[in-house]
Ligand binder design. Structure first.
Ligand SMILES: [Mn+2]
Length: 462
């Protein structure tokens, strides 16, 4: 019998609200989860994506946190097997990720497929790369985040995976219906189809725990990455792989998550009323640690200026001893705004969005953003739209990085072209070369560290 722990969405390096303490929280949660797994004497640990919060800017503290924690299972000889999430890598381009870095340093196994002539290949982990890993007869397939083409890639996995007992499929992908933001999610049935070939589907991406038919398992994030996630159930799965299927338990008590208190107060007179409100709210809540206080003040414009933020924060501190305070103002006017007709509304919206994007030098994508906004305004949920826009900006920021030079061009082209159906990037000057000009050459090349299958690079003869 094999025993393992399945976790996901660690988000190391998430300096939430600019707070270093919050960054520590995320690392503490990871440390406690890993320590718990080691104490449980598991055979291996699965991390189903989003180990890190940011795919590019790595800071020394975050890297140290990852290394220090992963050294614990390494010393115990417990393999940590992961896949990259949308926060760990870009899916439209095959670049070296921080999880690759950890893999090269022997701290984890980072599973992903390779592509040859546009065909997906599932190869065994060779110490550097591979799409599956074998442990005592258990085979674990890993699929990194593929965004909008996930459904297609899953089909290819399905076609190529072995069909036998004791098979695990791990991927960073969401199942539709659990959270309002469906970005990166696919219909449940598409995932369940894999059940014909595998016994345990280890997912990550949706920050809320769920289980479907003792087959699909999603543990949720370790910490709340967003105020909307506070009420979600989350944890890590402890799983015994038995002959009649997996026996999984969602564990939550290995770690004490940060407390959040969300308050909304309508200011009627002045600060006096707020005192009473905070005092009575404080009595209602049991706190385990210094909380994040999120207070929205609903106030009429005429009263707004009489309220000083510092005073309010002082009051909150008195009652809650918070880690940090988030104040939001909901300022109302006496008069009702005139109703605008639809086209005026649209043009105002357009100029606001354009201006906003221009501030970040993203003016060019304003039409796309507006399109998205319009698309989603039909099933209207502003928060979901905003998160989508956020994701869009994130991808763009990544694409802007100055790596598109000639050295990487060839490699980039390989990886982009290999997955047909993805929009092809125009990489400019296609190098003219005949077969005879190219020879396989052993060169010391840092890129070989993550070269799939350790194939030698092809180099042009001088
Ligand atoms: Mn995540």
């Amino acid at each position: 019998m094999v025993k393992f722990v399945h976790m996901a969405d660690i988000h190391l390096g998430n300096k939430q609200y600019g707070s270093e303490e919050r960054q520590m929280d995320f690392a503490q949660a990871f440390l406690d989860a890993i320590k718990f797994a080691v104490e449980e004497k598991v055979d291996f640990i699965l991390i189903a994506g989003d180990l890190f919060h940011k795919k590019t800017e790595m800071d020394p503290v975050t890297l140290l946190q990852a290394r220090k924690v992963l050294e614990i299972p390494k010393e115990e000889g417990i393999p940590v097997i992961g896949v990259e999430g949308n926060h760990d890598s870009t899916y439209f381009r095959d670049s070296y990720s921080w999880m690759d870095y950890l893999a090269v340093n022997g701290l984890m196994i980072n599973l992903k497929p390779s592509f040859e002539d546009g065909k997906l290949k599932l190869e065994e982990w060779n110490g550097k790369s591979g799409a599956y890993y074998e442990f005592n007869g258990i085979r674990i397939y890993g699929m990194k985040y593929y965004g909008s083409i996930s459904e297609r890639i899953i089909e290819e996995y399905f076609a190529k995976m072995r069909s036998s007992k004791n098979t695990i499929f791990m991927a960073h992908i969401g199942v539709e219906g659990y959270v309002r933001n469906m970005y990166g999610c696919i219909p449940s049935a598409k995932i369940h189809k894999l059940g014909r070939k595998v016994d345990y589907i280890a997912l990550g991406h949706v920050h809320k725990a769920f289980v479907e038919k003792n087959l699909v398992f999603n543990p949720g994030s370790l910490e709340a990455c967003d105020i909307t996630e506070i009420a979600y159930e989350r944890g890590i799965f402890v799983v015994d792989m038995e002959n009649d299927g997996p026996k999984a338990t969602l564990k939550k008590d290995f770690y004490e998550p940060r407390d959040f208190v969300i308050l909304k107060y309508r200011v009627k007179k002045g600060i006096e009323g707020l005192k009473g409100f905070l005092s009575s709210e404080r009595k209602k809540i049991k706190l385990k640690n210094k909380p994040v206080i999120d207070l929205t003040l609903d106030v009429e414009r005429s009263l707004r200026n009489s309220l000083e933020e510092d005073k309010i924060k002082e009051l909150i501190s008195e009652y809650f001893d918070p880690l940090l305070i988030r104040l939001h103002w909901d300022v109302r006017d006496h008069f009702r705004p005139t109703m605008l007709d639809l086209s005026t509304k649209e043009s105002i919206e357009r100029s606001v969005v354009e201006q906003l994007l221009d501030n970040y030098k993203y003016g060019k994508i304003a039409p796309e953003v507006l399109k998205l906004k319009k698309l989603f305004s039909t099933s209207f949920d502003l928060e979901m739209v905003d998160r989508l826009i956020d994701d869009l900006l994130f991808e763009r920021e990544d694409a802007k990085s100055p790596q598109k030079d000639s050295v990487l061009a060839e490699e980039l082209k390989d990886s982009v072209d290999s997955v047909d159906g993805i929009e092809k990037l125009d990489l400019g000057k296609e190098m003219e070369k005949s077969e005879s000009d190219i020879e396989e050459e052993e060169v010391w090349d840092w890129r070989r560290a993550c070269d799939k299958g350790g194939r030698p690079r092809k180099r042009k003869k001088l």
